[in-house]
Ligand binder design. Sequence first.
Ligand SMILES: [Zn+2]
Length: 336
Amino acid sequence: MNPNDYKQTKLELTEGDYRVLEVIGDFVPDNVFDAHAHLNPPGGLSNEQQTYETYREWMGPLLGNPSNIRLNALAEVTGPRATSIEGRREINEYLCDQLVKAPNCVGSAFFGPEETEEQIAEMLSRPRMVGIKCYATTTTNPNRNAVAIGDFLSEAQWTVANQLKRPICLHMMRPKALSDPDNLAYIQKMTARYPDAKLVLAHCARGFAGWNTIEAIDKIAHIDNVWYDISAICEVGTIASTIMRTAGKKVMWGSDFPVCKYRGCSLSMGDSFLWITGATYATLEPTLEEKGLKPCLYTLQTMLAFKQTATLLNLDRTQVEDIFYNNAMNLYGLKD
Ligand SMILES: [Zn+2]
């Protein structure tokens, strides 16, 4: 990979980014399917708009300019629009427009507990709107740490996903994530009740605190309709646990775009986790940049973790290509 290719990104790169890009080298295949990329409409929290084109401009060079980039484009899940049925409809209509302009992509529409089966089925009848995205911003519970999955992933969403054999992308809440007994029991119960729905556990089952996934994954790894995306995970053990327990066939790469604009990483700390951030979030005082430290782009940190995992597990090229592309093609029912 020629460093001049990286320079085509519209993101500002540091010396540290270049060094990590050199380590990543040609790890990323020429076919990439990003199973977790948000395309947010204008007027959201960051007041920025994402399209397939902005994805290609920002991410393409970081991925080594693959000739084929497909997305599972997720709806916006934060900001004031997320909390009402009308707002979510607006978000989903924007996503429908984006899918028309990006015929190699699929999308996942955003629903809360209020949408009816008819409303969900109508949205999933739109061209290439293949999946469901749910998120805790749709609940009225102000304490996110207490939110149960069933508070925002409704029976109606499961029913339609099951009827249409579609995926549901779930970012679960609660500090212990997959190791939370209620979360675990819920996943076991609902995947059995709706065997044709495909449950994708985002962020390695929200394994930002790695032990929560590693400890509990054996209890669900045998379930046919459970999948994982590795988006936003910066730690080898967490990624490795999903690959090792599914023979690498149920795991998909994802970027959590547009998080590629931020710097830092997420680290397990005891049984919890910590976001180490650059000045963009400025949650640490003094910021890392004020200390003369500039973390590399978050996206590069996650790619580095995946490459380390692949190296340690001796994944061959086919297995790496499965995680970057083929597994998502299977899940979303696509053929080249
Ligand atoms: Zn996300």
